[in-house]
Design a protein around this ligand. Structure first.
Ligand code: GDG
Length: 467
């Protein structure tokens, strides 16, 4: 069995429960092969010059964790700059929020090159390498340039926009061509595959070989959707643990005569949080019977505070929540509970279960795991209703949710009203179908199917190094 090497921007200790489903799932595979997990340490250290970070090695059980520090300039250009102020907005269809600077792309290349240089000496000949997400798109091509011949797979956790949006990205030919250094590229949804396929054909003049295979610049690339899932069993265990039960019971007591609606997100403009709050306001306006009864708990955990677009979003949201509570709130009822803190993971299943409606309404999302967590946390005898944006990757799988367009405030308010009034048998039927799909395509299925596809026979064209 070949050793697995996972590379991602940040690492988590796979043995710690707080690490969450993805880290646990990857950790399991890594543990089985005695694997290596490589990435940024999370530390910004100016002792080293740009692109010269130090590698730290430590063991977590049978897994070796290898991390590299970033210099302040690398952090500002690679991480805050190109990754989070250019690629994140562009891939979420927000060209208006992208901040193009040549220093950013230079830093991104420099850090990817440094990661390749630091990783290469740690590799063995028969390793299988699995690189994750938009921070590291050119890493395989940097590794190939240094002579790396191992099989390399890539999984993109965020959406792929249509070709004309990608083409607005300065340096897109370089960035997208670097994908050809991978043997397999995994995406979240069929929509993403279709967008990247069209980009390969129209912007890269690739030849389509069938079965998701493409030839361009003398190389062959395979493209496939692997919708990521959650660790259903782990989440069920968490839901049965005392803290989740306590959270649920306390909320049930406090809101015994009221109906709770819940949103949990990182405070990110892709998540459609102000749009959701406006839809809730519209619900109170159009269906006044919900006043004094419906309460929206909005957990928006802090994220990327130091990027301007995020600070603006926070201000907008806080103004909006304050206005709604001021306009509609009463001495014995506040319509909105807005929490800008991280809530302990142990409490998340209890919060979900106590809520009659789960509002997952991103403007764009690669997948959205909260949608799946909300469904798994429900009582199958008396389940809540998932209101899900049609623009989340999860909508391709979760068709029995109430699918909404998050830009349509009134349509969303109507869907929330439908969710609040949905009869028990319909809630049960929808929940059962959603559960089936979520259980079948859990995070272990995702990891296994990606790694099996990556291990499939080598392409017809023997991939030469990229020049
Ligand atoms: C990227 C893609 C894709 C959130 N707030 C709190 C909290 N959370 C947890 C949720 C969930 C996770 O964080 C968020 O997962 P998402 O999938 O929604 O989002 P991203 O962070 O944007 O992740 C996304 C994902 O990668 C995986 O491929 O689905 O589309 O953007 O687990 O529960 N957890 C706790 N407190 C919070 O306040 N404990």
């Amino acid at each position: 069995m070949s050793r697995l090497v996972v590379v991602s921007n940040r690492l988590a200790d796979p043995r710690k429960p707080a690490a969450g489903g993805l880290a646990v799932a990857l950790g399991e595979s890594l543990a089985r092969t005695g694997g290596l997990w490589f990435g940024w340490s999370g530390t910004v250290d100016d002792a080293a010059g740009p692109g010269e970070g130090q590698v730290h090695m430590r063991k977590a059980g049978s897994v070796t964790l290898a991390t590299v520090d970033l210099n302040q300039e690398d952090f500002a250009t690679y991480y805050q700059g190109y990754a989070n102020s250019v690629l994140w907005p562009v891939f979420h269809y927000r060209l208006d929020l992208a901040d193009f600077h040549s220093a950013y792309v230079d830093g991104y290349r420099r850090v990817n090159r440094m990661f390749a240089q630091k990783l290469l000496p740690l590799l063995r000949d028969d390793d299988t390498i699995w690189i994750h997400d938009y921070h590291l798109i050119p890493l395989a091509s940097e590794l190939r340039a240094l002579g790396c011949r191992q099989r390399i797979g890539f999984f993109l956790h965020i959406p792929v926009p249509p070709p004309l949006i990608l083409a607005a990205l300065p340096h897109h030919p370089w960035l997208m061509r670097s994908l050809l250094a991978y043997d397999l590229v995994g995406l979240q949804s069929q929509a993403d595959v279709s967008h990247l396929r069209r980009y390969l054909l129209s912007e890269m003049q690739a030849e389509e070989l069938g079965d998701g295979r493409f030839a361009a610049h003398g190389r062959e690339l395979r493209l496939q959707a692997f919708p990521i899932g959650i660790d259903v069993q782990e989440f069920e265990r968490l839901g049965a643990a005392p803290e989740a039960v306590q959270t649920r019971t306390a909320l049930h007591q406090e809101y015994s005569r009221r109906q709770l609606l819940l949103g949990i997100d990182r405070l990110d403009y892709s998540k459609g949080i102000p749009q959701r709050v406006r839809a809730f306001q519209q619900l109170l306006e159009k269906y006044p019977e919900n006043r004094h009864s419906a309460t929206l708990i909005m957990i928006a955990s802090p994220s990327r505070d130091d990027v301007n677009a995020y600070a603006d979003l926070r201000q907008e949201l806080e103004g909006l929540c304050g206005a709604i509570n001021g306009d509609y709130g009463d001495l014995d009822w506040m319509p909105l509970r807005y929490i800008h803190r991280v809530v302990a993971r142990r409490r998340v299943p209890g919060l979900c279960r106590a809520s009659r409606v789960g509002l997952v309404t991103p403007l764009r999302d690669g997948m959205n795991l909260v949608a799946k967590e909300y469904v798994v946390a429900q009582d199958p005898e008396d389940p809540g209703v998932l209101v899900l944006s049609r623009f989340a990757g999860a909508a391709e799988q979760l068709q029995e949710a109430l699918l909404v367009n998050p830009y349509d405030t009134e349509g969303m308010a109507d869907a929330i009203q439908t969710a609040l009034r949905m009869p028990l048998h319909e809630r049960q039927q929808r929940h059962a179908r959603l559960m089936e799909r979520i259980r079948e395509h859990d995070v272990h299925w995702w990891r296994r199917s990606f790694l099996e596809a990556l291990a499939a026979p080598a392409p017809a064209i023997l991939n030469p190094p990229l020049e």
